[in-house]
Every structure is written in C-alpha cells, then in structure tokens.
Ligand binder design. Structure first.
Ligand code: BT5
Length: 313
C-alpha cells in the first residue's frame, strides 16, 4: 500500500471524514480520493458513506493491505491465497533487487524445509518469507535466522502458546521437563553472498497456526491445538515488529535467543555433514554457534546441523 493510501485509511479509521476534507488534507483531487476509496474497498476494507463522510467499518481478516495497515515495521506485504513456496517467490524478488518485502501465503503447494524436505503448508497457517539485504559478512547471517526464531517464538507466546526455541531455529512446545517437544514452526534461510558481504537473505518462516493437528506430522503441533485460533493478521504484524526490533539491534539477538532456548542444558546429538557430535549443549556464542561439551570433557562448536534432544544419561 502506498503512503497516501495508508494515510487516507488512517483518516477513515478515525472518521467519519468527508471527501473534500480528505482531498484538501492530502492535497489531491476529489476524484483521486474516490479512486483510493474504491481501491481500498476492492482490497476488502468495508468503508461506509454516511451523511458526515466516509468511515472505516471493518478491515479484511488476512491479506496484504490488512497486514500493512497498522504494521509498525518497514515491510511491504505481497500476499497470495495459494503459492508453490513463498521462499521461491522471495528469491525472485531478491534477485530483482528488492528489499524489505514479506511474501505471505494462506497455503503453499510446494512448501520446503531444509535439505529439500517437504513442509506441510495447508490453508490456515502462517507461511511467510522475508527479503532482506543487510550489509553484513556471511558469517553474521545466522543472527538473522536466530532473530526470526526469537520473533516467531515471541509472537506465539503472545498468542498463548508455551513456545521455546530448539537450536538453531525450530520453534517448539515442550512436553514435560526432559527436553521433549512438538514442533510448532520451522525456518529456512537462503542467501546469496560474496566472501565478505551478503547480497540478500530470504528468511522463510512456517508457523502451524489455525490448522488441525491431524494436518501436520505427528511430532508437530499447531497454535489451534495449543491455545485456540489466532488472528493471523495480528500475529504476522507482531512477528515482523519483533523481527525488526531485533535486526535493528542485532547484539540483542543472542541474549533474547538464550532466554527462550530449550536446547541449553540438554543432552544433544548434532548430525553434521561429515560427523556426529553428542554431549551437553552448554552455550551459544555471540554469532549463534552451539557449544557442546562432549562426554570426555571436550568443548566442540557447531555452526550448523540437525540437532536432536536426547534423554539424559
Ligand atoms: C524447517 O525445515 O523446519 C524449515 C521449514 C520452513 C517452512 C517455511 S514456510 C514459508 C517458507 N516457504 C517454504 O517453502 N519454506 C519456508 P526442517 O528442519 O528440514 O524440517 C522439515 C521436517 O519437518 C520434515 O521433514 C517433516 O518431518 C517435518 N514437517 C513437515 N511439515 C511440517 C509442519 N507443518 N510442521 C512441523 N513439522 C513439519
């Protein structure tokens, strides 16, 4: 939504406000005001014309302009009812030079996890990919993924779910006290970079929101199952606002991540491409690398891999 349309919408929300008053406040013609009102109506905003002017009666439940309206983060929203994968669309936008766009879909027909795994993405979930162009070296890129995990966990906690983070970036709900969990959300970050500089990042976030638990794998859970349905428009706004707060103060990310971590203190097994590390997860470094103390007392750092929580020995 462009700035003028957003400003007209804000005036309507505080309305009634007359066409001539809108025209003079925005320094545009009455015909141009009418065009904006019609455009907003086409996007699903219900705008009544009363004797004293226009007034906003309701906003659409979940689409691009609805998410942008009231959003306090500098992202524009590209919304799709159905798409193959929001990450694929985000990649196209990134390679075309765009930044700070969030691609949002109600349903994905080809949702992807890491290593080309399938990601179930039925209608009712929050499937979103952020296009970012931070001026950082590739070694700092994982902080953006951790920021997305923190933002997702915080938004889920506000929705009433006991969301925690499993290293590096799964948002999970604990089952009891021994490190077991069900997965609520996953994150898939892709990037293009040179040796010393990131060109772009696409951060794909999949949250099982208003979905029956039977529509996701058995070891997963949904916001519906944990806390009842969530207002997805508000959820996405809060997620983007928290992401913005953390990326603009990137040094806050790891402390915030630690506060939400379920993995620290757990016995873990991390599968790396060429070996396996087993031990206690004792810390994450300032760049998001996991520190594991193995059974023979050695400290091993792990930058990436599949992490499994094990039962204590
Ligand atoms: C992830 O992969 O956890 C990253 C998932 C990222 C999905 C988002 S949705 C928006 C954007 N567009 C995309 O196409 N992708 C991103 P990974 O850690 O590899 O986990 C994948 C595994 O989780 C699968 O092999 C299944 O076992 C399981 N899984 C599949 N669908 C699931 C779901 N909806 N909820 C929980 N687990 C699921």
């Amino acid at each position: 939504m462009n700035e003028r349309r957003r400003s007209i919408l804000e005036a309507l929300a505080d309305g009634p406000v007359s066409g001539p008053a809108l025209a003079s406040a925005h320094d545009i013609s009455r015909a141009a005001v009418w065009k904006h009102i019609e455009g907003l109506r086409e996007s699903g905003f219900v705008i009544e014309s009363t004797g004293t002017g226009y007034v906003l009666e309701s906003i659409p439940e979940y689409n691009g302009p609805a998410i942008e309206f009231g959003l306090e983060a500098p992202f524009s929203i590209e919304y799709h009812d159905s798409i193959g994968s929001t990450n694929d669309r985000a990649r196209e936008l990134a390679t075309d030079g765009n930044a700070d766009i969030a691609v949002v879909a109600d349903e994905q027909t080809g949702g992807r996890g890491r290593l080309k795994r399938q990601w179930e993405s039925p209608s009712g979930g929050v499937w979103i990919s952020l296009v970012c162009r931070p001026t950082i070296p590739p070694t700092r890129a994982s902080l953006y993924t951790l920021a997305a995990a923190v933002a997702t966990a915080k938004a889920a906690r506000e929705a009433g779910v006991d969301a925690r983070i499993k290293w590096p970036n799964d948002v999970v709900v604990p089952l009891g006290d021994d490190g077991e969990y069900r997965k609520l959300a996953g994150i898939l970050t892709e990037m293009e970079a040179e040796m010393d500089r990131v060109s772009w990042l696409t951060i794909g976030i999949g949250v099982n929101a208003n979905i029956d638990a039977t529509a996701v794998p058995a070891e997963a859970t949904t916001i519906r199952a944990e806390a009842g349905d969530v207002d997805r428009r508000h959820f996405v706004q809060r997620l983007l606002e928290e992401f913005q707060a953390h990326r603009s103060e990137i040094d806050r990310v790891v402390p915030a991540w630690r506060d939400l971590a379920l993995t620290l203190g757990q016995r873990v097994r991390v599968d790396r491409p060429d070996d396996v590390v087993v031990g206690e997860a004792v810390d994450v470094t300032d760049s998001g690398v996991l520190v594991i103390e193995t059974d023979d007392g050695e400290r091993v750092t792990v930058a990436a891999g599949d992490c499994e929580h094990l039962r204590p020995v």
